[in-house]
Design a protein around this ligand. Structure first.
Ligand SMILES: [Zn+2]
Length: 497
C-alpha cells in the first residue's frame, strides 16, 4: 500500500538575548516555499527535505508538502513568522488527510514572541489535529534543546550526527526508514529523554576531534546496529542562549515499545555527558592573544595556506549580530597585512560604499550599530574594490547547493585588510562568500570568519592553522553574563562546577 505522509521544514535557532526580531522577511531572505513549490525551491540543496524526497521515492510514499522555512539565527520569531510556518502545517493537516505518518524537520531551539518552546507548541497543535495514532517523526539539529512537551508529541526523533552539520539529507532518511517500519506495523516507537543540570556539554557537539560527542556517537552507532529494539539514538549538545527551563544537552532514545531499558540507555549516556562536562577542545583567545599568536606564527615565515581566525563570539549562526568591531579594530590597529575579513554586517555602510563606487576612496563609520556594547562603530578609510549583490551558491559541504544572500555587498580595502561589508546577517561558512567578490582566501596570510565551528567544513582544508578568538561579542563563552530568567537553576556552569 502507498503511505500518505505529511512533511515540512520549519527551523530556527532563536537567541533569547538578541534584540533583533526574526521576521517573515528573514525567512524569505533565506528559504521559504510552500506546498508544491517546495521541490523547485530545494533543488540541488543538500538539506533535510531533499532527504525526505529521496526517502519518499525509496519507500513509495505519497508526500503532502507543507512548507520549507529557515532563517539565520536571531531573536525569537515574530507572530507573523510563526503563523507563516505553523499555519502551513496545520492547514494541510486539517484538509489533506488522513495521514499514515508525519515527518517534520525542525531545529529544536525555536522561540516565538508568544511561545518560549515554539517546537513543543507546534507539535502539540499538530497532535490535536491529527489525533494520537498517527506516528510523528521529527529531525533535529545536533544543537537542539529538547523539551518534555516536544517529546510528549513525538514518536520518532533523529538528530544530525555531524558538526559541522553535513548530514542533513542522511538524517531525514534515517528518520524516514524508522517511520516506514512504523507505518508497516513492524515497530511501535516511543521516545525516552534524559537530561542533567547542565546547559553545556559534549564539547558543544563538535565532531572534528576525539571528544565526548564522538565517543557517544560511536557507542550509539554500535547500539543501533546490534540492538534491534533501539531504533534511534539522538544526541543533542543543546543551544545555550535560549531562555528555556529545559535548555541544554539531552539524549533521546527511540525504542521499540515503552520499556524501561531504553530509558536506562538514555540515562547512562547522560551520566557520561555529566562526567565529561568540563571537556572543551577549543582554546579561546582574546583579541590581544589572537594578534600575538598571528605575529608569532608570521615570524616563523610564510606557511602553506592562511591562518584562519574564527570569531566565536560574533557568529550570526548562533544569533550574534555580526557587526562587532572588537576584533576588526584590534587587527587594524595592529597593522595586520594581507588579510581578508568576513564579514561586517552593516547595511548602511554597505550602501555608502556602493554609492561611492568601485575604485573610489571613502571614509565610513563601520559596524557596532546593533549594540555598541560589543564594539562601537569605527571610522575607517579605504578604497572600494568590489561591489556585488552578495549572492552565491554554496559549494562547501555545509550548505552545498544552497543559495546564500548576504544582500548588497561591498569590499572595503583599508591598510592590509579587505573587509567584506554585507547587508544581511549570515554565518561565514563558505569560501564563496569571499570568492564571489574576487577575493581568494587561499592567497591571504590571514582569513577572518565569523563562525564557531561550521567554517571548518570548507576552511580547514586551506588553513595553515586555525585560531579561535572569543572577542567578547554576544555569543561569548562567558555565559554567566546572560540574563537568564526561565532556565532551571542551579545549573552547570553558572551555579554548579
Ligand atoms: Zn547546530
Amino acid at each position: 500500500m502507498t503511505f500518505r505522509v505529511l512533511t515540512g521544514l520549519f527551523g530556527h535557532e532563536s537567541n533569547a538575548f538578541s534584540i533583533l526580531p526574526t521576521t517573515r522577511e528573514n525567512f524569505q531572505n533565506y528559504l521559504l516555499a510552500f506546498g508544491d513549490d517546495v521541490p523547485a525551491a530545494i533543488e540541488g540543496a543538500q538539506i533535510e527535505p531533499t532527504g525526505t524526497e529521496q526517502a519518499a521515492k525509496d519507500h513509495g510514499w505519497d508526500l503532502v508538502r507543507t512548507v520549507v522555512a529557515w532563517a539565520t539565527p536571531s531573536g525569537p520569531i515574530s507572530r507573523d513568522a510563526w503563523e507563516t510556518g505553523s499555519s502551513a502545517i496545520y492547514d494541510a493537516a486539517r484538509t489533506q488527510g488522513p495521514f499514515d505518518g508525519v515527518l517534520i524537520n525542525l531545529h529544536g531551539a525555536m522561540a516565538s514572541i508568544d511561545y518560549n518552546d515554539a517546537e513543543g507548541e507546534l507539535l502539540k497543535g499538530l497532535r490535536e489535529i491529527i489525533g494520537p495514532d498517527v506516528p510523528v517523526t521529527i529531525t533535529l539539529d545536533l544543537h537542539a534543546n529538547v523539551t518534555t512537551l516536544m517529546t510528549e508529541h513525538t514518536d520518532i526523533m533523529c538528530a544530525y550526527r555531524t558538526y559541522p552539520h553535513i548530514d542533513q539529507v542522511a538524517t531525514s532518511k534515517r528518520a524516514a526508514a524508522v517511520l516506514d517500519r512504523t507505518m508497516r506495523g513492524e515497530v511501535k516507537p516511543y521516545v525516552f529523554t534524559a537530561r542533567r543540570d547542565t546547559i553545556e556539554g559534549l564539547d558543544d557537539g563538535r565532531t572534528t576531534t576525539d571528544n565526548p560527542m564522538t565517543t557517544l556517537l560511536a557507542r550509539a552507532d554500535k547500539l543501533e546496529a546490534e540492538n534491534d529494539g533501539v531504533l534511534l539514538v539522538s544526541i543533542h549538545a543543546g543551544f545555550t542562549p535560549a531562555d528555556l527551563e529545559e535548555a541544554g544537552p539531552t539524549v533521546c532514545v527511540t525504542g521499540d515499545g515503552n520499556h524501561a531499558r531504553y530509558k536506562a540507555i538514555a540515562e547512562d549516556y547522560m551520566d557520561y555527558v555529566w562526567e565529561t562536562r568540563h571537556f572543551d577542545s577549543n582554546t579561546y583567545l582574546s583579541v590581544d592573544e589572537t594578534i600575538s599568536e598571528i605575529h608569532r606564527m608570521m615570524a616563523d615565515g610564510p606557511g602553506k595556506g592562511p591562518i584562519v581566525v574564527a570569531d566565536f563570539s560574533d557568529n550570526p549562526g548562533s544569533g550574534a549580530y555580526g557587526d562587532s568591531t572588537f576584533l576588526l579594530k584590534g587587527l587594524l590597529d595592529a597593522g595586520i597585512q594581507n588579510a581578508c575579513f568576513g564579514t561586517i554586517c552593516d547595511a548602511g555602510a554597505a550602501a555608502e560604499l556602493i554609492k561611492a563606487g568601485e575604485g573610489n576612496q571613502v571614509t565610513v563609520m563601520l559596524g557596532g550599530k546593533s549594540d555598541p556594547t560589543f564594539g562601537a562603530p569605527i571610522e575607517i578609510s579605504g578604497t572600494v574594490t568590489k561591489i556585488t549583490n552578495g549572492t552565491y551558491v554554496a559549494l562547501g559541504p555545509r550548505w552545498k547547493g544552497v543559495t546564500h544572500n548576504m544582500g548588497p555587498t561591498a569590499i572595503l580595502k583599508s591598510g592590509g585588510m579587505e573587509i567584506v561589508v554585507v547587508s544581511n546577517r549570515l554565518q561565514l561558512t563558505e569560501i564563496e562568500a569571499f570568492t564571489h567578490a574576487d577575493i581568494d582566501p587561499s592567497t591571504h596570510d590571514i582569513v577572518i570568519v565569523k563562525s564557531m565551528q561550521h567554517f571548518r567544513a570548507a576552511f580547514q582544508l586551506i588553513a595553515r592553522e586555525v585560531l579561535i578568538c572569543d572577542a567578547g561579542a554576544l555569543s561569548s563563552k562567558d555565559i554567566a553574563k546572560l540574563p537568564f530568567t526561565k532556565l532551571r537553576r542551579p545549573i552547570f556552569p553558572i551555579d554548579l562546577d
